[in-house]
Design a protein around this ligand. Sequence first.
Ligand SMILES: Cc1cc2nc3c(=O)[nH]c(=O)nc-3n(C[C@H](O)[C@H](O)[C@H](O)COP(=O)(O)OP(=O)(O)OC[C@H]3O[C@@H](n4cnc5c(N)ncnc54)[C@H](O)[C@@H]3O)c2cc1C
Length: 611
Amino acid sequence: MGTLSKEARPAATHVRPFLLSPRGLALLGVQTFFALATPLFGATVWTLGKAGAVLKALANGRITGPLLAPFLDLTADFVTYNRGIFATVFVAPASIAWDAVEALRDWMFDLQMPPVGDATLRKQIHAARVANVQRQIRELVTAGATRLCTARPGFLAMSMKAGIYKKHWGGVEVHALRDIIEIDEEREVVRVEPGCNMGRLSRELIKKGWSLQVLPELDDLTVGGLINGFGIETSSHKYGLFQHTCTAFEIVLPNGDVVYCDKDHEPDLFATIPWSHGTIGFLVAAEIKLIRAKPYVQIEYIPCHTQQECVEVFERASRDNGNDFVEELMYSKEMGVVMIGKLASSVPKGATLNVLSRWYKPWFFTHVASFLKRPAGAPHAVEYLPLRDYYHRHTRSIFWEIQDIVPSGNSWWYRYFIAWIGTPKISILKMTTTGKLKVLWETKHVAQDLLVPISTLKESLDLFHDELEVYPLWLCPMRMLSPPKNLLAERGEAPAVAVLNSDEPAYPPQEVTTPTGSLTPPPPAEQLFVDVGAYGVPKSQKFHYERSLQVIEKFVRGVQGYQALYADTMMSRGEFREMFDHQLYDKVRERFNCGERLPEIWDKVNKNARA
Ligand SMILES: Cc1cc2nc3c(=O)[nH]c(=O)nc-3n(C[C@H](O)[C@H](O)[C@H](O)COP(=O)(O)OP(=O)(O)OC[C@H]3O[C@@H](n4cnc5c(N)ncnc54)[C@H](O)[C@@H]3O)c2cc1C
């Protein structure tokens, strides 16, 4: 037998250097880790699952015993009333282990792939994953599933609530689609799968000198959730919501067909996917606009000591296109700090650099509050944050929710000696929520984002104070943009132009023709909205978890605002349809035969659909 010619052995000559390269060795190491750890991990999950089922049965009284019942009560009480200790000793280390495994998995994927610029192999893998979603849908339908939803377990979602329907409807696994498919530097877009989260995306993009126009705050927020739900960040005064920065979607319809849509191709579908909560189809890829990143953000902190000043300074900053980021934290009805951020290439000599991600740094909202103590007339404080630290500035304190979970978490001794353990993940906190805690959470706590026109900000602040009195209150400006031009032409309307500071020649107004779907485009004068975010334990004597929310929802409907649907909604179906324009949505659902198989949004987000 003759030997193979040199040309006939390309694979062998290719593989040897790769295996011996640092990349090859790293890949071998990670694969070995997963090969060994997977059965161990599976066995642990299985054991924990069984133990959980036994505990649940015990707690429900199906297995009782004179010794066990008091023990279980004590354990539940400990987890409920000593949440800080439990979160520090169990949840935080478990969160680190979880993040580490996920990071290793992502690293393994990237090691096997060519760089994201060279997308051929990534596209092939993505296509195989999409085919798998199609196959699942067709099999579920053939097997008689009447309703479909994503199979992503409820505890993984950021929303504090999980859909009860997940237990009964046919689940389609889309969470394996979690990678970046391509960064197209020429067109300045990234094509990404829906399960990719903001932590991963920001790390990958910033490394390459890019960022998203709107990069929402928490690491675990996913592209799919931010599009089908909603997504906002402090650059939304310029670019609109997360959905407005998307240029195309790839959807698997309830009959298993795949459709690509953008503003020219299937524009109705493109316009109605945002806020649709998976009730039109399953998102399997999105194309999102990029901007050039800079390594730092310069932040100017402007303390305000009257409500009028809080509103005026915030509105002025939000209308100025020269500001890359604008946000305000209100600490009482009258006091707040407006923050104006600008991307910066370097930290000037003598300026303050605040590396906020260091574990011993105070929670960001407490740091911001400290600027209220500056003497009147003192120059505004200015500091620089590394870009990623800025994007994820509220991640470590989960905005300010952490203060109710780990009350000592901001004391010096906790920060220096314990905080390095890490931040508890929302998913694990949700998994370990006891029944008592759920009731407390539901009746004594709010987490709501309401989007209102900026002209109603003062009125909104008064109402929030009256009904809730939750501080800090998050104010984030956002622009409500027009639907695609071709849809507008059908309605005989012209596209709205972002009304920004026209005196600033470096930042010309942008004509924006991205989808709004269920959100009625307002007249240009009312384009600027504010997300008023209330997270925490209300102190208002008037607060009642159902009545107060109904009062606020009625107000928001009255000013043609919107409620973010990750949170509880008390609205009836009729009220919900009044808030969200269903005209195009109904037309699209009918066209694609969504019918019963994908129920309406309200069926998924109303209070009774979630636990
Ligand atoms: C503590 C907390 C902090 C938050 N912070 C922010 C913030 O900083 N910025 C911000 O913008 N928002 C924030 N949110 C709200 C968040 O935007 C929403 O929860 C959002 O929907 C994204 O969450 P998720 O990635 O967990 O998606 P999920 O909750 O998993 O999904 C949202 C909806 O989209 C549907 N969906 C998801 N993927 C797909 C898919 N591939 N195909 C079809 N349907 C799909 C789901 O079924 C669900 O109905 C926060 C929420 C909480 C509770």
